[in-house]
Design a protein around this ligand. Structure first.
Ligand code: TPP
Ligand code: MG
Length: 328
């Protein structure tokens, strides 16, 4: 049995449903025009954050990117504070100032996300340096996309992490695209991202990010290695974004990727595959799964009610610096 902890099986399923259904709700409500920030959805990419979620504690730290809802939720971030942030409300995790791309919940170790590609990479490495100096036993996770590996700052930060043997886990969700540019238009033919990063002195692994069971097994092993002091690790996991780069719609009609490619990835859908694995191994009944999904939907409805009924930040505070911790 690859995920032998019953609680973990249930928690992973809950996270998969929470990430998918909350983002579907964002997509549904977005056209109402009340969410005034850009929003990058991870629908189709839920497997990696859900698989990693049970490998970390709140004392482990994480930083993320423009596509950060899934990472924030996987780390245990508060759904109400996230949705309120996307609605620009004072009760949002960044006081309504940041929107979708500036999430934070320090109470669970989610140290923040930013919109500039590659921006949080050195921050995550710096957090790992502080953990090492303080002799803490925890790790820092740096979520990146395949596009972020093309930023110079990645090499500086990865080099430093290798040099100082820091407890940092780079999780690269390789969804093949940076906005509308496929990897074949950005990198020389035959290059493998994890082999290139191995050249910097990091231990590297790759896997199927839509296969939650194998991704969970790999990430559990890697987190253990880092916690044993074996140094930084880079994990590249394949996955695929279903919706447009930024926004709630589908965009296959633009022609930068084919319908055929899209449909082939939809067949590799992480949630249905995980449900099938649970059923095939007699680990959970369809009814139990439906009950979990229903509870998750209630959590999501409450988050949207909270966000819609919360006040905007008071105008008199708008020129004030707000130090957000994400806590309510
Ligand atoms: C420094 C910088 N350059 C360009 C952009 C515009 N931009 C926003 S997201 C993005 C794509 C990043 O691709 P990837 O890292 O693979 O993440 P994905 O969107 O696929 O999750 C780009 C180029 C930016 N925000 N920051
Ligand atoms: Mg990408």
């Amino acid at each position: 049995m690859l995920i032998d902890n019953l609680d973990h099986q249930q928690q992973i399923l809950e996270k998969l449903y929470l990430i998918r259904d909350l983002e579907e709700a964002i997509a549904k409500h977005y056209p109402e025009g009340e969410m005034r920030c850009p929003t990058h959805l991870s629908i189709g990419q839920e497997g990696v954050p859900a698989a990693l979620s049970v490998c970390l504690t709140h004392e482990d730290l994480a930083v993320s990117t423009h596509r950060s809802h899934a990472h924030y939720l996987a780390k245990g971030g508060c759904p109400k504070a996230m949705v309120a942030e996307i609605y620009g409300k004072a009760s949002g995790c960044s006081g309504g100032r940041g929107g979708s791309m500036h999430l934070i919940d320090e109470s669970v170790g989610f140290k923040g996300s930013t919109a500039i590609v590659g921006n949080t990479i050195p921050i995550g490495v710096g957090l790992a340096l502080s953990q090492k100096i303080r002799k803490e036993k925890n790790i820092s996770v740096v979520f990146v996309g395949d596009g972020a590996i093309e930023e110079g700052v990645f090499y500086e930060a990865a080099n430093f992490a290798a040099l100082k043997n820091l407890p940092v886990l780079f999780v690269c969700e390789n969804n093949l695209y940076s906005v509308y540019s496929g990897l074949e238009n950005r990198q020389p033919k035959g290059r493998k991202i994890n082999e290139m990063v191995a050249g910097l002195g990091l231990k590297t692994y790759s896997g199927d990010g839509n296969d939650v069971v194998s991704a969970h097994q790999l990430l559990t092993q890697v987190v253990d290695e880092i916690k044993r002091g074996e140094g930084p690790v880079f994990v590249e996991l394949s996955t695929y974004r279903w919706r447009e780069h930024c926004g709630p719609n589908y965009d296959n009609q633009l022609g930068y990727r084919s319908e055929e490619e899209f449909l082939s990835w939809q067949k590799l859908e992480p949630i249905a595959r995980f449900e099938q694995w649970l059923a095939d191994n007699n680990l959970m009944t369809q009814q139990a799964m439906a009950n979990i999904r229903q509870q998750v939907k209630e959590t999501i409805n409450q988050a949207f009610d909270f966000a819609k009924t919360s006040p905007f930040p008071d105008a008199s505070t708008l020129d004030k610096h707000v130090y957000a911790t994400g806590e309510q």
